[in-house]
Design a protein around this ligand. Structure first.
Ligand SMILES: Cc1ncc(COP(=O)(O)O)c(C=O)c1O
Length: 382
């Protein structure tokens, strides 16, 4: 018998729901990926670089041209200057960056604070490093940080705090004041921060993303992670980056070089070309997704679901208490998928201890207009 290092890990709900959606022919609003392609010029650029000899290993740290483009972007959006040689690392996806950051600094017995609901990759990554997650629930309705609970959770073993803003699954966004308050709470304690900012450009209603990069007191102890997959509608390319002060970057790279060594060469070339030629993509992204959010939410006004428009990410939470209060959210998601043809994700799976009375499911609106209209019509009929 194998003694599993991750005994509590099975097939994720995302795989399960996507498989079920395909099986029963439901519209898949469960897993977080677009049903449309990334920009044509970006896809053409990959083909060009594959055809033109960019197919061998790139530098372990990432292609210099791409790191430079990321550096320009960080200056433009967050007003920071980072050393692109010593502070930026390109990784095969944000997930791998997060994994490497955790392996780089967490030792057996260390505690890592995660806010519930929380993205599913954090806990197994901490467990593999020998650490333990301490779950601090966000406020039930607003998904804001409960500062008292956070303060109570910090102890002598706390070695890391995981942040995620804009937040999956709730869409909540942290403000600059939240980051300052966190920095004050950490003070001089020996605590690292991983800031998962993969939805940094999916933020709406004119609000600017508060990046940990722009908060000096946090950045000196932080790994800030993002994903080209989310930003350029190419989640299957699994390409991301991590920005961290030189000493932390050096430790992260010791792990990264033996997990994957590097990212995919032609994709890095293509992203570098596209970022240089089309900086406007980033400026247009909030408007692009806000239009989808608003279309979807306007259509859902005619349903019996209750919701407040999400301030960030491409996920909309909806409350189904008026429809099937008798069902827990896993059963509700199965019922919606099988009986009503729309697949979603139950929010309880993001919790260590689900909130018993909560009746929320997550819908992904990174979809073509016709998909959203068709899904909304089905949701309005429930
Ligand atoms: C909060 C969060 N972090 C990380 C990721 C993964 O990003 P990547 O595909 O670049 O590994 C996702 C993807 O859904 C996510 O929602």
């Amino acid at each position: 018998m194998i003694s599993s290092k991750l005994p509590n890990v099975g097939t994720t709900i995302f795989t399960t729901m996507s498989q079920l959606a395909a099986q029963v022919g439901a519209i898949n609003l469960s897993q977080g990926f677009p049903d449309f392609d990334g920009p044509q010029a970006l896809r053409d650029a990959v083909a060009y670089h594959v055809a033109n000899g960019h197919n061998q290993y790139p530098p372990m740290t990432g292609l210099p041209a791409l790191r430079e483009q990321v550096g320009h972007k960080l200056a433009r959006f967050y007003g920071v200057t980072v050393d692109t040689e010593r502070e930026i690392t390109i990784t095969p996806g944000a997930t791998q960056a997060i994994f490497c950051a955790i392996q780089a600094v967490i030792r057996p017995g260390d505690e890592v604070i995660v806010f519930d609901p929380t993205y599913d990759s954090y806990e197994p990554s901490v467990a593999l490093a020998g650490g333990r997650c301490v779950h601090v629930p966000l406020a039930p309705a607003t998904f804001a940080i409960d500062w008292q609970r956070l303060s109570d959770a910090i102890g002598p073993r706390t070695r890391m705090i995981m942040l995620n803003s804009p937040h999956n699954p709730s869409g909540a966004v942290f403000s600059g004041a939240d980051l300052d308050q966190l920095a004050a709470l950490i003070g001089e304690r020996d605590i690292y921060v991983v800031s998962d900012e993969v939805y940094e450009h999916l933020i709406y209603d004119g609000v600017a993303h508060a990046s940990v990069l722009a908060c000096e007191a946090l950045y000196r102890r932080a790994f800030v992670v993002s994903s080209f997959g989310k930003t350029y509608h190419v989640t299957g390319w699994k390409t991301g980056y991590v920005v961290a002060p030189p000493a932390l970057t050096a430790e992260l790279r010791k792990v990264h070089q033996f997990v994957s060594f590097c990212g995919v060469t032609p994709i890095q070339w293509a992203l570098a070309d596209f970022m240089a030629a089309h900086p406007e993509h980033l400026d247009e992204l909030p408007g692009f997704y806000q239009a989808k959010r608003d279309l979807f939410c306007d259509l859902l006004q005619g349903s019996r679901f209750r919701f407040t428009r999400t301030p960030g990410t491409y996920f909309q939470l909806v409350d189904y208490a008026q429809i099937r209060p008798d069902l827990n959210d896993v059963d509700m998601s199965l019922w919606m998928t099988k009986e009503h043809g729309v697949a979603c994700i139950p929010v309880s799976v993001f919790y260590n201890e689900p909130v018993r009375e909560q009746r929320l499911v997550r819908l992904c609106f990174a979809k073509r207009e016709e998909t959203l209209r068709e899904a909304a019509a089905k949701l309005c009929a429930i």
